[in-house]
Ligand binder design. Structure first.
Ligand code: PEP
Ligand code: MG
Length: 837
């Protein structure tokens, strides 16, 4: 083993050399592993990170000794950072090329080959090492190009092209070491997750020359497809013409009727390559891509990297490695970043396809969809009726837009943040959504959008909403389909067997509930009942109820809503087949059910048979200065008790009906926006008496659980009191975050990006649970609640429930489950498993 005296950190890579990833970088370590596996790796020397730092600072190791090791040969110099993704300076090939080598190679392999190799080196050295103007060094190989390049170098540098291999090597090392320290390289690697001061190692390797006799060339091979992870030999082989080594030709790897293949011309080498891949898989416990050269009929393995892979392929690769006993199931679970699963659940813009970004916003619900622009919910419904895909574009959405959102393939809003109405609903529906696209100016009168660059998009124009990246793309982008395949299911089954916190789904409709089941949610953690009142027939009755002058009139309207609600709950209970279903009583302020514009009010006046002026007066009277803090949630249920009584009755009658059909259900009823114990006490008394009435009337006995949503700081602080009347507490972290910060969840999007950018908030607290503030309220609420009632069930049902960091916090606090949008259930299941391991 060579140790260069003055620079003991320069080490020849042998099976026993002390090569360490932290000191020498991933490539050096990987090459050592290949060498240990007896793969034919050409002689290689590793320079550790300390040496590379010293080189960048102006010291130079004893390159003569390195050059002497490779006497009479050419070498390549490659970067070896801590992680392959961190990139690094370009590889420099053919170091050691000089007039003498040129002559030797010309004699052995022909003038043209030697010229081409020398020219390539002069060009890359001039551009990357001497930093000369690339325009002077771009000539294609020709009989005169080499001489011209050498002359240009001499003219620019006032010296002959360096002939000493040691000098060439030291210049190459210096230039690579310095490039790594440069600002642009630093920013680039930081963007890929590297620390700013990430170190770099370098490896110097004898270059395998792709020359004959016999088959010669270079290529890469891997045994799986990078997009799907399915077994498939892929890669490339560029063969060198034995008669004229300047001439190259692409070959297929595997036999193919369309042209020559490596399998045909060199079956033994092809078989060896596959063996090497299999050995790497088994021993390095990873699918590797091997870079190889065929030199004088022999195979050389130059390098190997982890096969690049889509999230979908990553799942399949991890599961098949575990199935083959190469890694454990736990390791397979740990290898998949939970967030990456969202790409498998939705259609995606094909990352390989060109994309024309017309605007950016907050990617609030992942997936991509293309369609024609519409500006109103009614137009969205009309488009859907014509079977036309449409994108609903709104300043912001309100509950009135729900039907339009159902009809659209994606939603785009100018305002809003991660928990604004559009974002929450779209995630629930699995609909791609961008909110807070403040670069867009929506001109509703002229039905057009003006982008920051002045581009005008009109109603009917096609755009693609990429809710994963937050980009609005012009036209119809190319898409990739979702993949809920066997591999995905297997991985999640394994995850379920190790996790120790439950995962439920927020689901309001039968469609949501079916999605929740498809993703194996363990129940519904939040059914927002207000969404059940927006279908046209119900909305009218709901409005009649709101306009009722007396409790008796209100009851008439509610009696018409009762059977509809009962059917809603029967449908949910049926789909959930005995799994728990937690139903939240009506929460939003009533004005959300009323029309906002004059046309809508006129229509309402007609259907209620009342004068328009009266309708306008009532709408005005119901409007509040601060509706999120007004007559909503439990307050509504106490001021208009008939509403909650109707809902409770519908829930219990659905329970009875489901029991008659043979399925046992223990419904969970949840009271929103509580801030005082007495509120719970009062609702409890009424709900209990409705239960007693339904039991008496039906002759069927049933149980139910009553719980409280902790959404106000006071409810968290008084959780001990409240828990005396509640069998569960579910933290509604959307409102709790809003109220803890005093920050409107619907308006925060306007400045949140700026706030995060300036480091005022580390993250958007509506997206990542604020563990210091809101988290402390959770801790207090959970502890006080459990102290008062040790069997209290604790959960989170705000949007944070699907976020891995929030799941970790909930798990540490001993919560029973998290509940999130159905499409985030798989992410939550995997993240929860990783925290348990
Ligand atoms: C919450 O506030 O966290 C919650 C789940 O309720 P909503 O989002 O419907 O206000
Ligand atoms: Mg809420």
């Amino acid at each position: 083993m060579l140790k260069v005296a003055k620079f003991p950190q320069i080490t020849e890579i042998t099976p026993t050399a002390a090569i360490d990833r932290a000191r020498h970088g991933w490539r050096a370590k990987c090459l050592q592993r290949l060498i240990r596996l007896d793969l034919p790796v050409p002689r290689t020397v590793a320079l550790d990170c300390e040496s590379v730092r010293a080189i960048a600072a102006g010291q130079m190791p004893d390159v003569d000794a390195i050059a002497a090791m490779f006497e009479g040969e050419l070498v390549s110099v490659r970067p070896s950072p801590g992680e392959p993704e961190w990139g690094g300076p370009n590889t420099v090939l053919s170091v050691g090329m000089n007039a003498r080598m040129h002559e030797l190679l010309a004699r052995e392999h022909g003038q043209a080959f030697a010229d081409a190799l020398y020219l390539g080196f002069v060009q890359s050295y001039a551009i990357h090492v001497a930093r000369l103007d690339p325009d002077l060094f771009t000539a294609e190989p020709s009989p005169t190009a080499l001489a011209a390049a050498l002359a240009a170098y001499e003219a620019e540098m006032d010296e002959e092209f360096p002939q000493s291999p040691a000098r060439q090597l030291s210049e190459v090392l210096r230039s690579m070491a310095r490039a790594w320290e440069g600002t642009s390289a630093r920013l680039l690697r930081q963007a890929k997750g590297a620390p700013a001061d990430a170190p770099l190692g370098l490896v110097v390797q004898r270059m395998a020359l792709a020359v004959g006799p016999g088959v010669a060339g270079t290529g890469t091979i891997q045994m799986v497809d990078s997009a799907s992870g399915a077994p498939q030999i892929t890669g490339r082989f560029v063969a060198v013409d034995p008669d004229d080594p300047r001439e190259t030709r692409p070959y297929y790897l595997v036999r193919d009727p369309r042209g020559p293949s490596l399998e045909d011309v060199a079956p033994d080498l092809f078989a060896q390559l596959q063996d090497h891949c299999r050995i790497c898989r088994a021993r390095l416990r990873e699918e590797m891509q091997i870079e190889f050269a065929i030199e004088r009929g022999e195979l050389r393995v130059i390098d190997a990297v982890r096969v690049t892979r889509s999230p979908r392929a990553a799942v399949r690769i991890a599961v098949s490695l575990a199935r083959d006993g190469i890694i454990s199931r736990d390791e397979a679970i740990m290898r998949i970043p939970p967030q990456s699963l969202s790409e498998l659940l939705h259609r995606q813009v094909d990352p390989r396809a060109p994309r024309e970004v017309v605007a950016r916003g907050i990617g609030a619900s992942p997936g991509a969809a293309a369609g024609r622009i519409v500006f109103t919910a009614a137009d969205a419904q009309a488009a859907a009726a014509r079977d036309e895909a449409c994108i609903l574009v709104r300043r912001e959405t309100s509950p009135e837009d729900i039907r339009g959102m159902h009809a659209a393939v994606a939603v785009l809003t100018e305002r809003g943040g991660m928990t604004s109405h559009a974002a929450v609903i779209a995630r629930g529906l699995g609909l791609p959504c961008i909110v807070g696209a403040s670069e867009l100016e929506i001109d509703l009168r002229d039905r057009r959008i003006v982008t920051r660059t002045g581009r005008v998009l009109r109603e009917g124009d096609t755009v693609t909403v990429d809710g994963t990246s937050g980009e609005v793309l012009g036209g119809q982008a190319q898409m990739l389909e979702p993949a809920l395949d066997e591999w995905f299911r297997t991985l999640l089954d394994w995850a379920d067997s190790v996790r120790d916190i439950g995962v439920r789904a927020n689901a309001d409709t039968p469609a949501d509930a079916r999605t929740a089941r498809m993703f194996d949610a363990e129940g519904i953690g939040l059914c927002r009942t207000e969404h059940m009142f927006f279908d046209q027939d119900r909305l009218t009755v709901m409005r009649e109820m709101i306009f009722a002058d007396t409790a008796a009139d209100r009851k008439v309207a509610l009696d018409r809503l009762l059977p509809m609600q009962r059917e809603d709950f029967i449908a949910l209970f049926d789909i959930m087949a005995g799994l728990p279903v937690c139903i939240r009583l009506l929460d939003p302020p009533l004005h959300e059910f009323l029309p906002q514009d004059r046309d809508g009010m006129r229509e309402l006046a007609e259907s209620l048979d009342r004068p328009l002026s009266e309708v306008m007066r009532r709408v005005e009277a119901l409007s509040e200065f601060n509706p999120m803090l007004g007559l909503r949630g439990v307050r509504l249920g106490l001021i208009y008790p008939e509403i909650y009584e109707m809902q409770a009755r519908a829930i219990f009658e659905a329970t009875v009906e489901t029991a008659r059909r043979g399925a046992a259900v223990v419904p969970e009823i949840m009271i929103p926006l509580v801030s005082a114990r007495r509120e719970v006490e009062l609702v409890r008394t009424r709900v209990d008496s409705v239960a007693a009435e339904v039991r008496n009337a039906s002759g069927v006995d049933f149980d139910y659980r009553l719980g409280v949503m902790v959404e106000t700081p006071r409810a968290a602080l008084r959780a001990g009191d409240i828990a005396q009347h509640a069998s569960f507490l579910s933290f509604g972290t959307n409102d709790l975050t809003q109220m803890t910060y005093g920050l409107s969840r619907d308006d925060a999007g306007r400045f949140m990006a700026e706030y995060v950018q300036q480091g005022i908030f580390p993250e958007d607290p509506f997206h990542i649970l604020d563990k210091d503030g809101v988290g402390e309220l959770l801790t207090i609420g959970a502890a006080r609640g459990r102290q008062a009632r040790p069997d209290l069930t604790l959960s989170v049902c705000g949007e944070h429930g699907g976020n891995p960091q929030s799941i970790e916090i909930c798990r540490r606090m001993g919560f029973d489950y998290v509940s999130c949008s159905p499409f985030r259930v798989p992410i939550a299941r995997l993240a929860a498993a990783q925290f348990a391991l």
